[in-house]
Structures are given as C-alpha cells and as structure tokens.
Design a protein around this ligand. Structure first.
Ligand code: DGT
Ligand code: CA
Ligand code: CA
Ligand code: ZN
Length: 568
C-alpha cells in the first residue's frame, strides 16, 4: 500500500512551499496528505478505478500528482523542490519561534541551513547582523532549539509514567473531575514517550485547565483552551490535557490512546459497517450509538475490549474478530522476582530488607542474585563469599517461613561463553542468571556463539537482559535473537524481560517473537534497592505488548511448580 509514501511526499511539498512563502497551497497539501494517510483503501486501487477524486481534499491537480507517483515512482515538483532547498531549512522552520519567514531570512542573509549553524550564530551574536534579529530573538531561538532537543530525545517510560500519575493526583485534588486517565503511548506502555497525554471528563473544563497550567512544574504554557491545553514541564517534556464530555469520554480516550495505526484500522472497520468513528463516538447517520466507554465503542464495532498495550496495529483487531485475543498477563500473576541484588554486591539494601520488601509485595518466593567475582566494579562475590551469603540466607529463611528465599547468582558470561563461577559453585546454588557485562562490541557471530555456549551450560537457568541495551544510552549488542530463542526452547533457559526502567530488555516485540518460537520467559526487576522491586509493572507492560499470557512466564507459577521447573 503506497498511501503513506504519497502522504509523506505531500507533507514534504507543503513544507517546501511554506518555506517559499506560498500561501494556501501548503495547507491544501497537508489536508490531502492527512486524508490519504488515514484512509483504509489502497490509494493505488482507487487510482486504477479512476476514483482518486473521491478522496476528500483531492482536486485535479493533486490527483495528477498521485497518478504521476503511481506511474513513475516520483513526483517531479517534489524532486525539484528537494533539490533546490536544503533539507535543514525544514527543521529550522519547525523550531519554536522561527517559522518560514525567519528561516528564509537566515538562509538568504547568513547562509544558515542547519540547526547547528543557527545555534552557533545565535550564540556568537552573528545573528544580530540581520535587521530584526536582536539578542532577544537569539535567546528565543536558543530556547526553541533546546525544546526541540528535549523532544527529539524521547523520555523513557519509567520516568514519564510517575510524572503523569502525579499530575492526575494533583488535578483530582484541585478541580471537579468525573473521570481521568493517561492516554497516548504512556497508556500503551511504549518504552519511550514523546509527550504525556491526559484525558479527563468534567463539567467544569475551565477549572481543570486552570489547575493544569498552574501545576508547579509548568515552565511554559503552549496552549490553554477549554478542551485542550498543552504545557512544557521542567524537564522539557510536553504534556497535553484534553477535557471531554461524559458521553464521549470513552471514544476520546480510545482516540487519544492510539496508536494511530490502531485508530486507522478501527475507523475503516466502522466505515465498512456503515458507521462513523471519531474522537466523539460511533455514529450511524446523525445518531450517536456509542461513546461513553471504550467497551461500548468496541462493542458497537462488533469487537471485544482490546487492552491498550495491544493497540499497535499488529494484528490485534483481526485476533479480536476471531475471538483469539490473548488473556494478557498482569502484575498480580507474578509470584516471585528472581533477579534481586543486595549489599553483598552492589545493592543498596541488606538481604533481609530485600526479602521483606519482596514479601510485602505478595511474593511466594524471591531469588537473590548478587554479582559474580569478575565484576569488580559491582562488588562481585568471590567463591567463599557465595558460601557465606548462603549461610545468611539459610539463617534468614529460618526466621521467615512465609517466603521461599532462593539463592542464585548473576554470573558474568565471559569470553567464549565461559561462566564466571566453576560448575561446582553453580551446582550449589538454586539457580544462576547469565549476563553480558563486558566486551559489548563483539561482532554478531562471536557474540551469539558466546551467549549460546553459556545457555548450553546445564546450570544456567536464566539469560538476563539479553540485548544489554540501555534505552537512549547504550545500543543493543549484536545478537542473533531468533537463534537465541530457538536454543532456549532446547536448553530450557528462561529469557528475561528485565523490568528495570532503563533496560526493558527483552522488549515487547522480542517477547512476542520469543513466545512464538516457544522459548520460556521470566520477568524480573534486577532491583538494586527495595524500591526497585516496584519496577515489575514496566516489565509486565512489555510482556503485555508482547501478547504474553501468565502461562508463558515461569515466575507466575506456584512455588512448587517453580521449584519443579528449577529442578527439571
Ligand atoms: P508519543 O507521544 O510520540 O509517544 O506517541 P502517542 O501515541 O502518545 O502520540 P500523540 O501524543 O501524538 O497522540 C496521542 C494519540 O492521539 C495517538 O496515539 C493517536 C491519536 N492521534 C493523534 N494525532 C492523530 C492523527 O493525526 N490521526 C489519528 N488517527 N490519530 C491521532
Ligand atoms: Ca503522547
Ligand atoms: Ca500528545
Ligand atoms: Zn543484575
């Protein structure tokens, strides 16, 4: 389907024309682009049937462009503009406080065509040479560049969610609110977040908005209206609040939860049923048939409720139609956390504090997994220390009969796949977790062999954070994951969904592939302090994005079953 390509070209033409100061045409191109982007039929099919003109916003001129693209794979006007206009100008134009006129001025007078050049000129004062561009404007521009960077760097889920939850508590305390929830990528538990979306239903929208723009962390109010407000927070993040009517709260929540792909598919489903779906509800003719809750919107479309984490446009609607949606795992299903550090190695809290914290979270068992000897920076345990730790665990177990304390270790996978303790030590433990903590840059083949060799050690129970990435900070290692999944089905090694907020490794997409391959999975926090145990929900979020059910994850099993799995 070429819809997205056509839309991208039209958006591009709009940008370039706007830069040239052309009026009206840019918005016509954008409107057409949005319609094409959002429609369910293949633009190429319509074109073959000579029906392109039926797309809203497509007149003769734009229809000809579509035809040209479908016939030749190019649109000449676009190619010409692209060749004439430096790409960086579009980026500059988008910086808050710049716009097309200033961009053109900057380019014509100072030859500025990249954001970096603009920053340099604003900082050095070179900008002042142009009339109308004084220190104040320069400061504005620098602020705009900063904002853009904060936006480019998407925030990790684990940081954004608590901020959003705090906002909800704050708003509820200060304005009359009937319903309120996070929407957008946050609600879908995407691993990084572009901006925070909050949806509320209230009879007094103005009061809610006033409370919102008055939140202590607000640095800048971008927009304040009765239905939508947008602010920039101290960390540079944008937050959007929409206030909806009760009758359309469900439809609005659904719309602003996305994903866009899910929305598009739902909308075309509605059309195929002779109805219309938008952010206000489902309607047939002039009559609204659903809107107050998400459940009733789905129901009107002949579908069961689809959980937000599944709304990725990745087959969930088809599965819903077939009655084959997964019964997603939830936090309550987990009976233990098997990746937990104490101050025996680099953890912050004592063994007892960690075990008590695990018990307080309702677990039947907890696995203590301090680092192994080679990892000096993390206070890795020497062989004799493992034995000492074991004695302390036995002691504590005597005092705490209601939670089973399993003694394991997080063992470095050394070069060639050798484990950082000899088999005699590993044999004495209840379980062992293997991790890559060194030589991250090995080529894929070597790295994959290294990991697989480790998995083939009969004492290795779990492969921790398989790709070793740190979101926004460290790239994943080069690892042939499909092969690792396949090996795991043979060795029985559980692949970890590390719930640590900067890891989320495996992520949802990996988890889904691992499940399809038949590999066992486990969700652990890798907590280095008692509060770290609370990150389990982010791992569960990724698991849900990966369509996992409780039975796919080994630490949802009862102690007896889990023990049997360890002993197999
Ligand atoms: P983000 O913020 O980049 O992490 O991702 P989202 O999904 O939160 O996106 P955002 O904040 O731009 O918009 C929130 C939701 O609103 C999005 O998931 C779907 C819906 N939405 C926004 N704009 C459009 C649009 O142009 N078309 C459709 N179909 N849905 C949209
Ligand atoms: Ca968002
Ligand atoms: Ca948003
Ligand atoms: Zn660890």
């Amino acid at each position: 389907m070429k819809n997205q390509e056509v839309a991208r070209i039209f958006f591009g033409i709009a940008d370039y024309l706007e830069l040239q100061g052309v009026e009206f045409k840019p918005s016509a191109y954008r409107r057409a682009a949005r319609n094409i982007e959002g429609m369910s039929q293949d633009v190429e099919d319509l074109w073959r049937e000579d029906r392109v003109g039926e797309i809203p916003g497509i007149g003769k001129n734009l229809a000809a462009k579509i035809a040209e693209f479908l016939k030749t794979g190019r649109v000449q006007v676009y190619e010409k503009l692209k060749a004439e206009i430096p790409e960086g100008l579009v980026e500059i134009m988008r910086i808050q406080g710049v716009g097309p006129k200033t961009t053109k001025l900057l380019y014509d007078r100072l030859d500025i065509s990249t954001v970096e050049e603009l920053r340099e000129a604003a900082e050095s004062g070179r900008l002042y040479r142009v009339k109308g561009l004084g220190p104040k404007k320069a400061k504005n521009i620098l602020r705009g560049i900063e904002l853009r960077e904060a936006y480019v760097q998407r925030m990790i889920l684990g940081r954004a969610l608590p901020i959003a939850e705090g906002m909800i508590v704050y708003l509820k305390a200060r304005a009359p609110i009937d319903q309120i929830a996070v929407g957008g990528s946050l609600r879908r538990m995407r691993e990084t977040i572009g901006d925070i979306d909050i949806l509320a239903a209230s009879e007094a929208p103005a009061e809610v908005m006033l409370a919102f723009v008055g939140m202590p962390d607000v640095q800048e109010v971008l927009l304040q209206g009765n239905t939508k407000s947008s602010v920039i927070l101290g960390n540079g993040m944008q937050a959007d609040l929409r206030v909806l009517d009760g009758e359309s709260y469900g439809a609005g929540l659904l719309y602003f939860t996305g994903s866009k792909d899910h929305n598009i598919r739902l909308r075309s489903l509605a059309i195929s049923l002779g109805m219309r779906l938008n952010e206000y509800g489902v309607s047939r003719g002039d009559k609204q048939v659903a809107g107050a809750t998400e459940e009733e919107v789905y129901q009107a479309l002949g579908l069961p409720y689809i959980e937000p984490e599944l709304r990725q446009g990745q087959g969930e609607i088809e599965a819903a139609h077939r009655g084959e949606l997964p019964h997603l795992i939830s936090l309550e299903n987990l009976r233990g956390d098997l990746h937990v550090h104490t101050n025996w190695s680099d953890g912050h809290d004592t063994l007892e504090a960690m075990v008590r914290a695990a018990q307080a979270r309702g677990y039947e068992y907890v696995g203590i997994s301090d680092h192994s000897q080679s990892l000096h920076i993390a206070g890795g345990l020497k062989e004799e220390e493992v034995i000492e730790e074991d004695a302390e665990i036995k002691d504590l177990q005597g005092k705490m009969p209601d939670i089973r304390i399993l003694h394991g270790a997080e063992v470095d996978i050394l070069e060639g796949g050798r484990l950082d303790y000899p088999d005699e030590v590993l044999k004495g433990l209840d379980f062992a977790i293997g991790s890559i903590h060194s030589r991250f840059t090995q080529p894929e083949e070597e790295m994959t062999d290294r990991v697989i060799t480790a998995m083939e050690n009969e004492f290795l129970t779990i492969l921790a954070h398989p790709t070793a990435r740190h979101i926004n900070e460290r790239e994943p290692i080069a690892l042939d994951l499909p092969r690792v999944f396949e090996v795991a089905t043979i060795t029985g090694t559980a692949l970890e969904l590390n719930a640590g907020i900067s890891r989320l490794d495996l992520n949802g997409a990996h988890a889904r592939a691992a499940k399809e391959a038949g590999a066992p999975l486990i969700i652990n926090t890798d907590a280095h302090a008692t509060v770290g145990l609370d990150q389990m929900k982010f791992g569960v979020g990724q698991a849900r994005r990966g369509w996992l059910e409780a039975e796919d994850v080994v630490n949802t099993r009862s102690l007896a079953e889990f023990q049997a799995w360890l002993d197999r």
